[in-house]
Write a protein that binds this ligand. Structure first.
Ligand code: ATP
Ligand code: MG
Length: 423
């Protein structure tokens, strides 16, 4: 589990801001769920024989002897909350959330035990339009963040009955080749055979390649749903690749599943994954409700922004206020407050904790600020502020204290409105 340091939170906030703006634009509302749920919730929704439930959950007993778990993902909690608060039955919902998830995995690049997801869940909508909306929203987010090296993989799992029939077909097929199965796959043969398709073991690839394809087994309705989504994506110019082996690790998907994958992160290249899960709400005790969603991994996305050297908003201070002497400090602190009052977008650091001119200038420089503002004995006497440009060759200047806010506004284009005489 990691600390996220200021150097990184800049990137995180940038992603979060872009996502928030986008979700609002599409009519999505935020929901916040607890980090802890009854263990049973995840067993029932994610499935007993998934990696998550079998070996990745943080499970503990609370003081009442109830078995609780740190949430390994958000969908189960979101559905639980939706049922509990009557948000789902006969309603349309577009929801999103953001927060930490916990899985006891082997830590490595892009894989952590506490990681963070931004998730989106929608309820009450049949038809491929909502899947198209979810995918477009992702595409627009990558665009907003300036990410280019990301591709979309798509598959359909059909509906539950079709998947069941296919499952048997797979069991029969792999049972004829048990000598070629690795340990993981042999274990999954009867518990979760679809997951064998997901195996990364190079030695298994030929066997998997020759396995029957779910795509060839689904009925007309399922095929139409999938083709409709493909048509929408084609129309909108969103490129995709149909990957018939994409099955996703969770049990609750049906019809569409998709992943956004990048090559710029090494082995853990999936930055976002989702799909339709029409059977989950009913499975968890609610009335049958259409549902679709996705979750993106914040750590992987943040790393990708660094890898691709995406443009980042400039959060460095505009100015650093240097004040030497008690009287100068008194006047300067008040002046700084006045500037902040008039210029809400101003990023101004006041020197606190004293120090010589030299020491304070050093701090000003290290802060990344564009300007050092200076008040010493001379400026105190003349009612001025010295202005030193820290990142440009511009000559040092002097500004009347009552004109400082106006000056900063002009320098940094903070309000665009005429504020003269307001200080
Ligand atoms: P993977 O195949 O990489 O294990 P998953 O199928 O378990 O992924 P999901 O449960 O679908 O992943 O979660 C959605 C996204 O959350 C992933 O695509 C990934 O970006 C991120 N994610 C999942 N597990 C981790 C983790 N342990 N550390 C960091 N990010 C993760
Ligand atoms: Mg996983």
């Amino acid at each position: 589990m990691h600390d996220i340091l200021p150097e990184q939170t800049v990137i995180w906030q940038h992603i979060e801001q872009a996502a928030r703006d986008l979700f609002r634009a599409y009519g999505y509302e935020e929901i916040r769920m607890p980090l802890v749920e009854k263990t049973d919730l995840f067993k029932r929704s994610i499935g007993e024989v998934t990696d998550i439930v079998e070996k990745e959950m943080y499970i503990f007993e609370d003081r009442n002897g109830d078995s609780l778990s740190l949430r390994p993902e958000g969908t189960a909690s979101c559905v639980r909350a939706g049922i509990e608060h009557g948000l789902l039955h006969n309603q349309i919902q577009r929801l999103w959330y953001n927060g930490p998830m916990f899985r006891h995995e082997r830590p490595q690049r892009g894989r952590y035990r506490q990681f963070h997801q931004i998730g989106v869940e929608t309820f009450g909508m049949t038809g491929a339009e909502i899947e198209f909306e979810l995918i477009s929203m992702c595409a627009r987010l990558w665009q907003a963040l300036g990410l280019k090296e990301v591709r979309l993989e798509l598959n359909t799992l059909g509906h539950t009955e079709e998947r069941k029939a296919y499952r048997q077909l797979l069991v029969d097929y792999f049972s004829q080749h048990t000598d070629l199965l690795d340990e993981d796959s042999a274990r999954r043969l009867h518990s979760n055979p679809l997951r064998i398709l997901d195996s990364k073991n190079p030695g298994m690839q030929a066997l998997i390649e020759a396995a029957p394809r779910l795509m060839d087994q689904i009925g007309d309705d399922s095929r139409e749903h999938f083709l409709r989504l493909c048509a929408l994506l084609d129309q909108a110019g969103i490129a995709y690749h149909v990957n018939t082996r994409l099955v996703r690790g969770l049990d609750y998907y049906s019809h569409t599943v998709f992943e956004w994958i990048t090559e710029s992160l090494g082995a853990q290249g999936t930055i976002c994954a989702g799909g339709r899960y029409d059977s989950l709400v009913e499975m968890m005790g609610g009335k049958a409700t259409y549902a679709a969603g996705f979750a993106l991994g914040m750590e992987r996305l943040a790393e990708m922004l660094v890898e691709e050297q995406a443009e980042m908003p400039d959060n460095a201070a505009h100015a650093y206020l240097v004040m030497v002497g008690d009287a100068a400090s008194l006047q300067g602190m008040v002046l700084a407050e006045q500037c902040r009052h008039h210029l809400p977008g101003l990023r101004l650091i006041s020197n606190c904790g004293g120090g010589s001119f030299k020491a304070q200038f050093k701090r000003a420089d290290r802060s990344g600020a564009q300007l050092a503002l200076l008040i010493g004995d001379d400026e105190l006497a003349s009612g001025t502020v010295g202005v030193k440009y820290l990142r440009a060759d511009t000559e040092q200047a002097e500004v009347k204290q009552e004109k400082l806010a106006e000056f900063l506004d002009q320098q940094f284009g903070l309000t665009g409105q005429n504020i003269s005489g307001t200080v």
